[in-house]
Design a protein around this ligand. Structure first.
Ligand SMILES: [Zn+2]
Length: 180
């Protein structure tokens, strides 16, 4: 396993549009290793999502931990499911916008409140090149929208209506973190 270097805000790779992957490319050994390394890197830095451009690869894929316990249907706490999403296409199911806190491994130690669509459907390919479709709402929907934005060179700052909520992580923990 390898921990990859994470691009930080200001690196041009984070502002470029990433390119889609062909199925044959997905199945290649280097791409399978990249996916494994992205999972390792996300875990190492305690992220819930990591997109190709964040590890200096201009490719339309991301890895994420989607927490099923966070969706509105009240299944009790299952562990977050690790998932790789390739060439995602998002359709908004419920356009009601929900504002909540986000962070980003490319913008370390900063949190800010971002409005996202409440519920989405995503069509994509998995790591075997097979078609997948999933619906997500709440926090998992937020993660998918944040990571898909990375594939188009968009950072969460760009989605903020106001910078008033921007906060450093320490201050977030002291003043803003919701009570569990
Ligand atoms: Zn991010």
């Amino acid at each position: 396993m390898s921990i990859l270097k994470v691009a930080r805000m200001g690196h041009p790779v984070l502002r470029a549009k990433a390119r889609p992957l062909e199925k044959s490319e997905i199945l290649s050994a280097p791409m399978q290793k990249l996916i494994d390394d992205m999972f390792d890197t996300m875990r190492e830095y305690h992220g819930v999502g990591l997109a190709g451009p964040q590890v200096h690869e201009g490719l339309r894929l991301f890895v994420a931990l989607l927490d099923p316990g966070d969706s509105d249907d009240e299944r009790d706490r299952e562990p977050p499911a690790p998932i790789v999403i390739i060439n995602p296409e998002i359709t908004v199911v419920d356009a009601a916008m929900v504002e909540d806190w986000e962070g980003c491994l490319s913008i370390p130690d900063i949190r800010g409140r971002v409005r996202r669509a409440r519920e989405i459907r995503v069509r994509a390919l998995d790591r075997k090149g097979g078609r997948i479709e999933l619906r997500a709402q709440g926090f998992p929907a937020r993660v998918i929208q944040h990571e898909t934005d990375h594939l188009d060179g968009v950072l969460f700052f760009d989605r903020m209506k106001s910078f008033e909520s921007l906060t450093f992580l320490d201050e977030y923990s002291r003043f803003h973190r919701p009570e569990d």
